[in-house]
Design a protein around this ligand. Structure first.
Ligand SMILES: NC(=O)C1=CN([C@@H]2O[C@H](COP(=O)(O)OP(=O)(O)OC[C@H]3O[C@@H](n4cnc5c(N)ncnc54)[C@H](OP(=O)(O)O)[C@@H]3O)[C@@H](O)[C@H]2O)C=CC1
Ligand SMILES: N[C@@H](CC=O)C(=O)O
Ligand code: NA
Length: 438
């Protein structure tokens, strides 16, 4: 029995997917049960780096998702619309769906998974988080026995690539971003990468799986890397840290069991050099999962790019094909979905406000070079219960003194109150950087 794939999109990931499908030798034998039936694109005249018969290409994507011959629709066009509508239409027409589209899943996952459950079809999304790294399936299946406490990830390849080159080469932000775009890492609109929104979509998906509840994307705090400067990268290095864009989802250890609050956030973070995530560089991603009884487990690999992402897409296709084969042989029901491959939760997780977060901070002040400045800053922090790990004058910028503070674990709300008071001190010129510390 051959199962037919309707592919939507032949860009970076679509091309990588076709390359695998057309070269099955040495891979899983189930690949020989697949045939590429149609490929939907925007432009028929665009040169393609894969050799597929012209008659497979169409610009009518709707035709693919309603085609009775298609068994699995693979959505790799990206963006919100028409991706969302095409996925829903595919489900409505009884197709299984594989997608790499974290933007659609994090916003419309509820609607999509409800529709899929009703129709008895699967929507798999391994490529949507961590590119080629298997992390969705492990969270759904292999780690199912655990109580997960925390998921901490570097889950945007573009920003990790930029931060790595800024640190290693003192490279300019704009030049490195252009390279990330050329290499196919960045989204069509790289704002989503730079401003932490892509990582926000991904951590919402991971949190939903780890903590078995839906996440409202608007409750995920997102801060990107635009404000990370060469100066902070250098100071971080001197203090024993590297700056990484971290995405974190954690059960609030201070919440009562009735509250069961989660903290879900993305922000540039000073990561101690000895931490396992500190050495994840370039386009590599890593996701550290902490739970009971497993302890710590870390997933590492290429988080973006054609081949690695396609590896995840095709593994999802294979999982569905294995089920379709059993349905064909009447071993499993065609209407009841496998609980470990579908979305089974309906309630929304409660998200803790950022003011309640307990974290360390790094702050860089530019101040007048007058006596007592450090004392005044320290007093303001003390008044608001913000205890300091270190406070040092690091040098001068023109005629202004530069003071760097690292706090102990403090309540974010208290920290901001202290900072507001510090801002009003005569001796404070500006506060160029405020970063959280792991
Ligand atoms: N690039 C990466 O490393 C990763 C990407 N992803 C996700 O994978 C998905 C695809 O990304 P990527 O391959 O980089 O994107 P690209 O921009 O490289 O490719 C998009 C493809 O979709 C086609 N397309 C887009 N819009 C339409 C439309 N309205 N109608 C018809 N065809 C359309 C384009 O056609 P045409 O070729 O004619 O222009 C192109 O073939 C996205 O959801 C992305 O977030 C996930 C992980 C990693
Ligand atoms: N733009 C994304 C691509 C993969 O999801 C990234 O840089 O990680
Ligand atoms: Na993945």
């Amino acid at each position: 029995m051959v199962f037919k794939i309707g592919l939507l999109g032949l860009g970076t990931v679509g091309t990588g997917t076709v390359e695998i499908l057309l070269n099955p030798e040495g891979r899983h034998p189930l690949l020989s049960e697949l045939s590429l039936h149609r490929v939907g694109v925007r432009s028929l005249s665009k040169p393609r780096s894969v050799n597929i018969p012209e008659y497979l290409l169409t610009t009518d994507l709707e035709e693919i998702v309603i085609d009775p011959a298609v068994d699995i629709v693979v959505e790799l066009i990206g963006g919100l619309e028409p991706a969302r509508s095409l996925i829903l239409q595919a489900i409505e027409n009884g197709k299984h769906v594989v997608t790499a589209n974290k933007a659609v899943i994090s916003r419309y996952g509820s609607e999509i998974f409800d529709a899929a459950n009703e129709k008895g079809v699967y929507v798999l999304l391994e490529a949507a988080v961590g590119g080629g790294i298997p992390v969705i399936q492990p969270l759904k299946q292999s780690l199912g026995a655990n109580r997960i406490h925390k998921v901490t990830g570097i889950i945007n390849g573009t920003t990790n690539y930029i931060l790595t080159r800024m640190k290693n080469e003192g490279a300019d932000f704009a030049d490195v971003l252009a390279d990330a775009q050329r290499l196919g890492y960045a989204e069509a609109d790289p704002t989503a990468d730079i401003d932490g929104l892509d990582a926000g979509d991904k951590i919402a998906i991971l949190a939903s799986l780890a903590f078995a509840g839906r996440i409202k994307l608007e409750q995920v705090y997102c801060e990107g890397i635009r404000k990370v400067t060469a100066t902070d990268i250098t100071y971080a290095e001197k203090l024993g840290f590297v700056i990484k864009l971290l995405a974190i989802a954690a059960r609030d250890p201070h919440a009562t069991p009735e509250q069961d609050l989660l903290s879900v956030r993305v922000h540039p973070t000073l990561v101690p050099k000895v931490h396992p995530l500190a050495s994840i560089n370039d386009v590599y991603n890593a996701i550290l999962v902490e739970g009971e009884p497993i302890g710590q487990v870390m997933f590492f690999g290429r988080g973006a790019g054609s081949g690695p992402t396609a590896s995840a897409v095709v593994s999802d296709i294979l999982n569905i094909v294995a089920v379709l084969q059993m349905q064909e042989a009447e071993i499993v029901s065609p209407v009841v979905t496998h609980e470990l491959m579908s979305c089974t939760h309906q309630h929304y997780c409660k998200i803790a406000p950022m003011e309640d977060l307990i974290t360390r901070f790094y702050v860089r002040f530019l101040t007048k070079d007058s006596p007592g400045v450090i004392g005044n800053i320290g007093t303001c922090f003390g008044k608001h219960n913000v205890s300091l790990e270190s406070i040092v004058q690091t040098g001068f910028q023109e005629n202004l003194a530069e003071i760097v503070v690292v706090t102990h674990d403090v309540l974010e709300g208290n920290f901001h109150q202290a900072l507001n008071e510090i801002k009003s001190l005569d001796s404070i010129d500006s506060i160029p950087s405020i970063l959280r510390v792991l």
